[in-house]
Design a protein around this ligand. Structure first.
Ligand code: NAP
Length: 313
């Protein structure tokens, strides 16, 4: 039998037991051992680690690793965290893309149908209808046209929204006008009634949505950040909301999670705070994807396609 696979980064014994059960059922031919119960010999022997948002120091304590399979799509904490090049394979999973696309559509409707304003009005016992804006008169801009951005684009265009998208390199997506590269960003932002952030956190995207980029959006536009907190500059966001240029922000991700109790975002009337729930990992589906990757690796010896260390995603 091949050496055991290390399972690293579970939140508590309950999650660890659940992940072990689901992963073992998907690949009964493999032996998975939680990092914390591995002895020195098992740690030295491990060639593959399956990780759930782990402490990079625990991954680094497995000196023989050949590659790391993440159960999360965002792996920014692992990229460049080790003193040797270690391939990181992030989770690219159809069920996660479906869930995220559903969340993008749901919160786009929330904004397009003025639900934040009606919630505020109800609190104040105010009866005031707002003008209806059709999806076909609402332009949604997607920052990021990867696995999640393209799935979201499909749901949005299917619901009749006008969609524009932005990526690093040129990309053709059916039904979308696409832009690429930093120079094209102002033109894209100037079209957006709702901007949805789905780029990975990299040195290039940290602070991407700042005062200048927010000012480039249409007056009264709204923001959805489902990617990573540090992509949006919080102070600039609050200033854009306070000035009335931005109508509302739906935030699922933050620089520090859980969002600290003293964050001004909790009580800002223009902000909806969500606890990182827009695209949860579906363990059954993720386990099937991980099992497929591991079987291919055992068969061929080839590490599955992973993160490009130079690009950072
Ligand atoms: P992906 O497949 O790697 O796609 C990333 C997209 O972003 C690509 O279109 C890429 O452009 C674009 N991009 C990257 N850097 C850029 C830059 N500097 N300028 C312009 N475009 C850039 O990633 P994904 O699977 O769609 O996931 C995106 C992110 O969502 C993850 O990294 C993670 O942080 C976040 N996420 C959040 C949750 C949640 O629950 N909130 C769940 C899952 C994932 P190219 O196409 O040109 O490469």
């Amino acid at each position: 039998m091949a050496e055991a696979i290390a399972l690293v980064g579970c939140k508590g014994p309950g999650q660890e037991a659940e992940y072990l059960r689901i992963l073992s059922a998907a690949m009964p031919e493999e032996r998975l051992i939680p990092f914390r119960t591995m002895d020195d010999a098992a740690r030295a022997a491990a060639r593959v680690a399956v990780v759930a948002n782990p402490d990079p120091a625990e991954v680094a304590a497995l000196p023989g690793l050949v590659w790391v399979q993440s159960l999360w799509a965002g792996v920014e904490k692992l990229v460049g965290a080790f003193d040797r090049p270690l391939p990181i394979v992030r989770l690219v999973d159809r069920e996660m893309a479906r869930t995220m696309a559903e969340a993008v559509l749901a919160w786009t409707y929330y904004l397009q149908r003025d639900m934040p304003a009606y919630a505020r009005q109800q609190r104040d016992r105010v009866w005031r209808p707002h003008a209806y804006r059709k999806p076909s008169d609402t332009t949604v801009g997607l920052l990021g046209l990867g696995a999640l951005g393209t799935a979201a684009a499909e749901r949005l265009t299917g619901a009749g929204f006008r969609v524009v998208g932005w990526s690093r390199g040129p990309k053709a997506v059916p039904g979308l006008e696409t832009f690429h590269g930093t120079d094209s960003l102002p033109a894209m932002l100037g079209r957006c009634d709702i901007l949805v952030c789905l780029v990975p956190l990299t040195p290039e995207t940290r602070g991407l949505v700042d005062a200048r980029r927010l000012a480039a959006l249409k007056p009264g536009a709204a923001l959805i950040n489902f990617a990573r907190g540090p992509i949006v500059v919080t102070e600039d966001l609050i200033a854009a909301l306070d000035s009335g240029h931005l109508a509302h922000a739906v935030l699922d991700v933050f620089g520090v999670e859980p969002l600290p109790a003293d964050s001004p975002l909790w009580s800002h009337p223009g902000v909806t705070v969500l606890p990182h729930i827009s695209g949860p990992t579906d363990m059954d589906s993720a386990a099937a994807t991980v099992a497929e990757n591991l079987r291919a690796y055992r068969r061929t010896g080839q590490v599955p396609d992973g993160v490009d260390a130079a690009r950072g995603y």
